[in-house]
Design a protein around this ligand. Structure first.
Ligand code: LLP
Length: 422
C-alpha cells in the first residue's frame, strides 16, 4: 500500500537553512561523526522514487525489480524490499544479497551476460522467478541443469534490438556489435526452442539497451521491438507472458535534463498496453541515484596553472569510479562555507593515477585542508563500484531517515581487507 504522499516533507540531499543536509541531518555533522569518505543516503527519497514509478505504472499489470547492481548495500536493498520492490540480480553474489535482504527466490530475476554453471545451478535450485538468457548456449545450459535437478526453469530471452541508447559508449548495450543478448531472428528461434522444451517455461522477452538514457526515443524503439516480437510469437501460438524492459532511465546530474519517472512510465505503457503483456522493469539509477552523496575531506590544496587550484580530497576513484571511468560529471558542493572569491578548482583523489578525479574546473571559494565537500547524485554506481585499489578501505555508508541515521556499512579496516589472504 502506498503511504500518504510525502511531497510536502523535505527530504533527500538538499540545501536548506544555509546548510547541506540529508533529510534533516547536516552532512557536515555526519562527516564529523562518521569520518570521511562516507556515502550518505536518504531512505525517504529512495522510497519516494520507487513509489512514484509504481504509481505511474498504475493499475497496468507490472513488476518493478530493483537492479541491485546500482547499489547492493544490504540496508538499501532491504529498504526497497520493504517498500514493495522486487529484485533484479546480475550475479550469484547479488542473488545472495537479495536473499539476505529478505527477498524470496520468486521475487528475483537473474540477468547477466556470463552466468556460470554454478550461478545457474543455484538459481534453478532456488527457483528464481525468471532467468534472462543471453544466448542459445545459455538456454542449453539452463535446460541441462534443470533436467539434472528434475526441476523447471522459467526463462526469458534477452533480445539485442540494435538500438543506440545514445548514452556513454561504455554503458550503451543495445547495439548489434555489443556482447549483449541475441539478434531478433535468433531470438524468435530461441523462443520456439524454449516453448517446445519439456523443462523450460517461456516467460517472455527481455531488453535493456543502456543506462543513463536521456531521451525516450531509444527506450520506445527497444520496447517496441520487444513487443512486436512478443506479439508475433503469440500469433504462432506461444504463451508469451511478459516483456522485461530492463532499466536505463537517466537522472539529472546537473548537466542535462532527463525525462521524469512519470514520463518514462507513460512511454512504456503507451507501447506495452495494446499487447496486454505484463510489464517488468529493472530500474537502478533512477531509484537510488539522486538519493546519495559522498562526503569527503580536503587533505591538500596547491596552485595549478595561472589561476587554478588542485584540491586533493580523501575520496577518489576507489570510492567513486564514475568520473575516472566515464568522464562522468557529478556536482561537488562545499560543506565548509567560505566567503572568499570563487576560483577554478580541480577536485582530485589521492590515488596515483591522473584519471583519479572527482571533478575538474569547478568554481568555488578556494577550500582549505580540513574542509568538507559533498559529491552529489552518487546513490547509484558509487559504493557498488568501489574498490580496494591502493589498499584503500571501502568507505562507510549511512542511511538517513528524517532526523535519524544508522550506519549501513562501517568503514572497512585493514584487517577486513586482508581477511581472505594468507
Ligand atoms: N537491467 C540490466 C540488464 C542492466 O544491465 C542494468 C544496468 C539495469 C537493469 C539497471 O540500469 P539503470 O536503471 O541503473 O540504468 N556503472 C554504470 C552503469 C552501468 C549499468 C549497467 N546495467 C554507471 O556508473 O553509469
Amino acid at each position: 500500500m502506498r503511504p500518504a504522499r510525502l511531497v510536502q516533507m523535505a527530504f533527500g540531499i538538499r540545501f536548506d537553512d544555509a546548510m547541506w543536509g540529508c533529510d534533516d541531518v547536516s552532512l557536515a555533522t555526519l562527516a564529523t561523526e562518521v569520518g570521511t569518505p562516507t556515502y550518505v543516503y536518504s531512505a525517504t527519497d529512495i522510497e519516494e522514487r520507487y513509489h512514484r514509478l509504481d504509481a505511474a505504472l498504475g493499475a497496468y499489470p507490472h513488476a518493478i525489480h530493483y537492479a541491485l547492481k546500482a547499489n547492493s548495500t544490504l540496508a538499501v536493498v532491504r529498504l526497497l524490499r520493504q517498500a514493495g520492490s522486487l529484485a533484479d540480480a546480475n550475479s550469484g553474489g547479488e542473488v545472495e544479497v537479495a536473499l539476505r535482504a529478505g527477498f524470496i527466490p520468486d521475487q528475483i530475476v537473474l540477468t547477466g551476460v556470463g552466468k556460470t554453471e554454478q550461478e545457474l545451478d543455484r538459481a534453478i535450485r532456488l527457483g528464481v522467478r525468471t532467468i534472462n538468457a543471453e544466448s542459445a548456449g545459455e538456454v542449453d545450459r539452463i535446460e541441462a541443469l534443470a533436467v539434472a535437478q528434475g526441476a523447471r526453469a522459467r526463462v526469458a530471452v534477452r533480445i539485442n534490438p540494435d538500438v543506440d541508447a545514445r548514452s556513454h559508449p561504455h554503458i550503451s548495450t543495445g547495439l548489434k556489435a555489443t556482447k549483449f543478448g541475441v539478434a531478433l531472428d535468433e531470438a524468435r528461434e530461441l523462443c520456439r526452442r524454449i516453448a517446445g522444451s519439456a523443462t523450460l517455461d517461456l516467460a517472455g522477452l527481455h531488453v535493456h539497451v543502456g543506462s543513463q538514457i536521456g531521451t525516450l526515443g531509444p527506450v520506445r524503439r527497444a520496447v517496441g521491438a520487444a513487443v512486436a516480437l512478443a506479439t508475433a510469437l503469440r500469433a504462432e501460438g506461444m504463451a508469451v507472458e511478459e516483456v522485461d524492459v530492463g532499466g536505463g532511465l537517466g537522472i539529472d546530474y546537473g548537466d542535462a535534463p532527463v525525462p521524469t519517472l512519470e514520463e518514462y512510465a507513460t512511454a512504456l505503457l503507451e507501447i506495452v498496453r495494446p499487447s496486454s503483456l505484463r510489464l517488468v522493469v529493472e530500474p537502478g539509477r533512477s531509484i537510488v541515484g539522486p538519493a546519495g552523496a559522498l562526503l569527503t575531506r580536503v587533505v591538500d590544496v596547491k596552485p595549478r596553472g595561472p589561476d587554478g587550484w588542485c584540491v586533493v580530497a580523501d575520496a577518489g576513484m576507489t570510492d567513486l569510479m564514475r568520473p575516472a571511468l566515464y568522464g562522468a560529471y557529478h556536482r561537488i558542493v562545499p560543506l565548509t562555507r567560505r566567503q572568499t572569491a570563487r576560483v577554478h578548482c580541480d577536485i582530485v583523489g589521492p590515488v596515483c593515477e591522473t584519471s583519479d578525479t572527482l571533478g575538474t574546473a569547478r568554481e568555488m571559494p578556494r577550500p582549505e585542508p580540513g574542509d568538507l565537500l559533498a559529491v552529489l547524485d552518487v546513490g547509484a554506481y558509487g559504493s557498488a563500484m568501489a574498490s580496494n585499489y591502493n589498499r584503500r578501505p571501502m568507505p562507510a555508508e549511512v542511511l538517513v531517515r528524517c532526523a535519524g541515521w544508522e550506519l549501513a556499512r562501517r568503514r572497512q579496516t585493514v584487517d577486513d581487507m586482508l581477511a581472505c589472504e594468507s
